[in-house]
Design a protein around this ligand. Structure first.
Ligand code: GDD
Ligand code: MN
Length: 381
C-alpha cells in the first residue's frame, strides 16, 4: 500500500500531462507513491499518453471514464481508487506546482493534520495571471463560503476554492460526497471527518498549454453548492436553533413578568417595602429573566447541543452555571454596545437591535465553546 496517492483529473491536457507526470514523480522521489489520473475520454488523446506512461512506470495508473464528465465526480472517482494513506488532489496544467506536494505531506505529518490545503492566500502563496474580473469572482466566492460554512471559519481556511489539497484517505468516504460542479474541497471539509486542518501557501501559476474549463455555469453551480452545504452544516443549524429558542425565551421572560406582578407575594411586598414601583418591579423582572435563562438552557441542552452534551467536560449543574455566566456576559456586552451606539448618536431602537444582533453570536458561540467544551481535547466546531 503506497503512502501517497496523487489524484490528477484531466480533460484535454495532452499538451502538459506527460511533463506533469514526470515532475510529480521527481517531487515524490523518496516517497512510496502512486499517481491516479482520471481522464474523461478526452478527445485530444490525453488518456493514450497516460497509458503509455503507465506502461513504462506502474506507479502511474489510468482511470478512464467514458460515461461521465465533470471535475468533481472525476476527483471523487480518483479518491475512491486511491490506495495510499494520504491523497493529494491537483490539476494537470502546472497551475499547481508539483514541488508543493512534499510540503503538503510534511505539513500533514508534522502537524498530524487530516487535511492540508494548498492555498493561494496563505503565507508563501500567490496568484499570477488572474485578470481583475476573476480576482473579484474568486474573492466573492471565498467570502460566501466563509459566511456559509462553519468549517471554513473554524479551520481558518484562506482558500476554500483551492483545487489543490491533501487529505487522509480514511477521513473521507467517497460515497458520502455529493459532487456538484467544480469545488470538491468544501465538500471534503464539510462532510469529511476532519479534526485537524492546516494550510501551505503555494504560487498559483499561469496555465501551460490547453485551456481552462471554468465557465459561468461553474460559478452558478458553486453558489448552489455552498448554499446547500450551508443548510447541511451542523453549526449553522445550531445557530438557527439557538435563535429560535431565544425568541421563545423572550416570550417566557415577558409572560412570567406579567404573571409575577399579579401574585399575592408581590402585593405583600408592595405593602411591606417603601420603595418606588420601578424599584419593586426589579424583583419580578429579575426572576422572570432568570426563569427564561433556565428555559433557554433546558431547550438548548436538549436540542441545540444535544450531540455535545455527553462529551461535555461540564456536568449538568456545571453547565447551568456556565450558561448563566455566558448570559450575564452577553448581557453586559449588550448594554455596553447599546450605550456606545446611543452616545454616538444612533437611533435608540436601531442601537438596541444592533446590540442584540452583535451579542447573539457571543451568546451562542460562548456556550458552544465553553459550556459545551469537550472533555480532554476541545471538540471542534
Ligand atoms: N476528468 C476531468 N473531467 N477533469 C477535468 C474536467 C472534467 O470534466 N474539467 C476539468 N478537468 C481537469 C483539468 O484537466 C485540470 O487538470 C483540472 O481539472 C482543472 O481544470 P481547469 O479548467 O484548469 O480549471 P481552472 O484552472 O479554471 O480552475 C482551477 O483553479 C481554481 C481556483 O481558481 C481548479 O483547480 C479549480 O478547482 C480551482 O477552484
Ligand atoms: Mn487550470
Amino acid at each position: 500500500m503506497p503512502h501517497l496517492s496523487v489524484v490528477v483529473p484531466t480533460y484535454n491536457e495532452a499538451a502538459s500531462i506527460e511533463e506533469v507526470l514526470r515532475q510529480i514523480g521527481d517531487a515524490c522521489a523518496g516517497v512510496d507513491y502512486e499517481i491516479v489520473v482520471v481522464d474523461d475520454n478526452s478527445p485530444d488523446g490525453t488518456s493514450q499518453l497516460v497509458e503509455e506512461s503507465s506502461r513504462k512506470d506502474p506507479r502511474v495508473r489510468l482511470v478512464l471514464r467514458t460515461r461521465e464528465r465533470g471535475l468533481a465526480t472525476a476527483v471523487i472517482e480518483g479518491i475512491r481508487r486511491a490506495t495510499g494513506t494520504f491523497v493529494v488532489v491537483m490539476d494537470s496544467d502546472f497551475q499547481h506546482p508539483p514541488t508543493t506536494i512534499p510540503k503538503l505531506l510534511s505539513a500533514a505529518q508534522d502537524q498530524r493534520a487530516d487535511l492540508v490545503v494548498a492555498s493561494r492566500y496563505a503565507k508563501g502563496g500567490s496568484v499570477s495571471g488572474f485578470p481583475f474580473s476573476r480576482r473579484v469572482i474568486s474573492w466573492g466566492a471565498k467570502t460566501l463560503s466563509v459566511f456559509a460554512l462553519s468549517r471554513v471559519r473554524h479551520f481558518r481556511i484562506t482558500d476554500p476554492m483551492s483545487g489543490f489539497f491533501l487529505v487522509r484517505r480514511d477521513v473521507v468516504d467517497p460515497d458520502e460526497l455529493r459532487p456538484r460542479g467544480y469545488k470538491i474541497l468544501i465538500e471534503v471539509l464539510v462532510r469529511g471527518r476532519i479534526e485537524r486542518a492546516t494550510e501551505v501557501g503555494f504560487p498559483f501559476e499561469t496555465r501551460r498549454g490547453g485551456e481552462s474549463k471554468l465557465r459561468l455555469k461553474t460559478q452558478y453551480d458553486y453558489f448552489l453548492h455552498v448554499l446547500g452545504l450551508g443548510f447541511a452544516d451542523r453549526e449553522n443549524r445550531r445557530f438557527l436553533l439557538f435563535a429560535m429558542i431565544g425568541i421563545t425565551g423572550i416570550v417566557v421572560n415577558g409572560g412570567l413578568f406579567e404573571i409575577l406582578k399579579r401574585t399575592p407575594p408581590y402585593y405583600s411586598l408592595q405593602n411591606a417595602l417603601d420603595v418606588t414601583e420601578a424599584t419593586l418591579l426589579l424583583i419580578p423582572a429579575s426572576l422572570a429573566r432568570e426563569a427564561s435563562i433556565l428555559w433557554n438552557f433546558w431547550w438548548n441542552d436538549l436540542v441545540t447541543f444535544r450531540d455535545l452534551r455527553t462529551h461535555a467536560h461540564a456536568g449538568f449543574w456545571h453547565r447551568v452555571l456556565r450558561f448563566n455566566l455566558v448570559s450575564v456576559f452577553a448581557w453586559a456586552a449588550y448594554l455596553g454596545i447599546f450605550y456606545l451606539l446611543v452616545s454616538f448618536g444612533l437611533g435608540h431602537l436601531t442601537s438596541l437591535l444592533v446590540a442584540i444582533l452583535l451579542t447573539f453570536p457571543l451568546n451562542c458561540g460562548g456556550n458552544r465553546r465553553w459550556t459545551y467544551e469537550g472533555r480532554r481535547e476541545k471538540a471542534d466546531a
